[in-house]
Design a protein around this ligand. Structure first.
Ligand code: FAD
Length: 389
């Protein structure tokens, strides 16, 4: 949406089409009204305050006064009780004997005893946070998120996670408040009256006839720069910007065999979101659930966004969705939710995108680049790409 909007209004280019599979814009950031309030169907979505050029841009479509600004309050439900996120900065909220056990365990972790940093995410968890945090939270939670694929993840993406040193954990226990670098979304915006999807609908409106809905792309030909939709329509372009998952191209012509084989190695997870009308007694905006006994890994609460909104939704890795669903249950399946940061992915994507550039095809965004990008970063990258294609 951002790329197309900037192309039209900054570069004054009108000779382009956006082809969208769904009948509305917004992708994973869409919202629907359910039970009288917005339900973010791709899972809880909020706008980080950290990129002013992005927030200023989005405020052109949904003015700043139509957003509320929040300080993050997210929690983790451990067996021994609920504490604030991130765990390593909030051990001080545990009973004192548990604090001592956790601190002892972190002190023995590899990063504090001079061991080299491992290459796999699973090993990194023990190396960075120690056995206790690994067993109580990080391993079970990430198993729920990534399933069998947890073992294939690398460590090059960990700037997404909080960074709290052992010293900072100690300091937080002594001062009884969190220390260390907080995770993303420490402060964020959410629309006052709408779901997160509203801003993308408004951008889509600016595109007029330049956007066509119900166009599911299933093939791409790099010799002719043509894409084909499920109903057989063909579109040819001088330049193609793709934001769709690479595996969605069921046919790829004119691409070397080794790159086509690489695309098959890209991994992702699917997430089901499910709405519940009840309220839960919490001040948290969302809670993480590492317990293997619960299918979902996160709950987002609506009453802590606005106290006149009720209900909550769960987010569950699609492989963990259990049983038959009763009638009347509102849920959405997002086939592509998390691109997985496997050890080999950076090389695969670097090769693929480099070759595609030589053919005037540009991968953009969470799926075009197969990166765990949030929407603010995706917008920033779209703004940058408009300047150079
Ligand atoms: C559970 C969850 C929580 C998240 N929370 C946040 C958050 O709090 N804040 C935040 O900023 N970001 C969050 N994100 C990330 C955010 O969803 C992405 O950064 C953003 O959606 C990326 O935009 P995109 O356009 O690259 O991809 P998408 O939103 O996936 O859009 C891709 C578009 O391509 C279309 N498409 C797909 N296949 C085809 C096809 N074959 N033919 C034609 N069109 C097709 C889709 O319909 C969609 O419109 C979250 C993501 C998830 C999964």
């Amino acid at each position: 949406m951002t790329f197309a909007n900037r192309l039209k209004f900054e570069r004054h280019e009108d000779s382009f089409l956006v082809l969208e599979r769904e009948n509305e814009a917004g992708g994973l950031c869409r919202s629907k009204i359910v039970g009288g309030a917005p339900f973010d169907i791709g899972g809880g979505h909020i706008l980080d305050v950290r990129r002013p050029c992005v927030t200023e841009y989005l405020f052109q479509f949904l003015p700043e006064k139509e957003w509320d600004r929040y300080v993050r309050d997210s929690r983790i439900e451990l067996r021994s009780g609920t504490i604030s996120h991130p765990i390593e900065a909030n051990i001080w909220q545990m009973p004192i004997d548990e604090q001592v056990e956790y601190l002892e365990s972190i002190a023995k972790a590899g990063c504090n005893s001079g061991a080299p940093m491992p290459e796999k995410f699973v090993d990194w968890i023990y190396w960075k946070l120690g056995e206790k945090i690994a067993a109580a939270y990080m391993i079970p939670y990430n198993k729920k998120m990534f399933g069998d694929q947890l073992d294939s993840l690398g460590t090059y993406w960990l700037e997404k996670l909080p960074s709290v040193s052992f010293k900072e954990t100690l300091l937080s226990c002594l001062t009884r408040k969190a220390h260390g670098r907080q995770p993303g979304h420490a402060e964020y915006f959410y629309p006052k009256q709408y779901g997160y999807g509203e801003v993308w609908l408004r951008i889509a409106k600016t595109l007029g006839d330049n956007i066509r809905y119900g166009q599911k792309i299933c093939a791409i030909n790099f010799d002719t720069n043509t894409v084909t939709t499920a109903d057989g329509s063909k579109y040819q372009a001088e330049k193609i910007i793709t934001t769709i998952p690479w595996a969605e191209f069921k046919e790829i012509d004119g691409m070397p065999e080794d790159l086509r084989a690489d695309i098959k190695k890209l991994k992702h997870t699917a997430v089901q979101t499910r709405y519940f009308p009840e309220n839960v007694d919490t001040d948290s905006q969302w809670t993480y659930f590492p317990s293997p006994d619960l299918p979902y890994h996160r709950i987002c609460y609506r009453h802590t966004v606005h106290n006149y909104w009720d209900g909550y939704w769960t987010e569950t890795n699609a492989t963990r969705v259990e049983g038959e669903l009763e009638d009347g249950v509102t849920r959405f399946l997002n086939d592509y939710a998390y691109p997985l940061n496997t050890v080999e992915k950076p090389q695969i994507m670097a090769r693929l995108l480099k070759w595609c550039h030589t053919r005037n095809v540009f991968g953009l965004g969470r799926w075009g680049e197969h990166q765990h990008y949030n929407s603010d970063l995706t917008v920033e990258r779209a703004m940058a790409l408009v300047e150079c294609v």
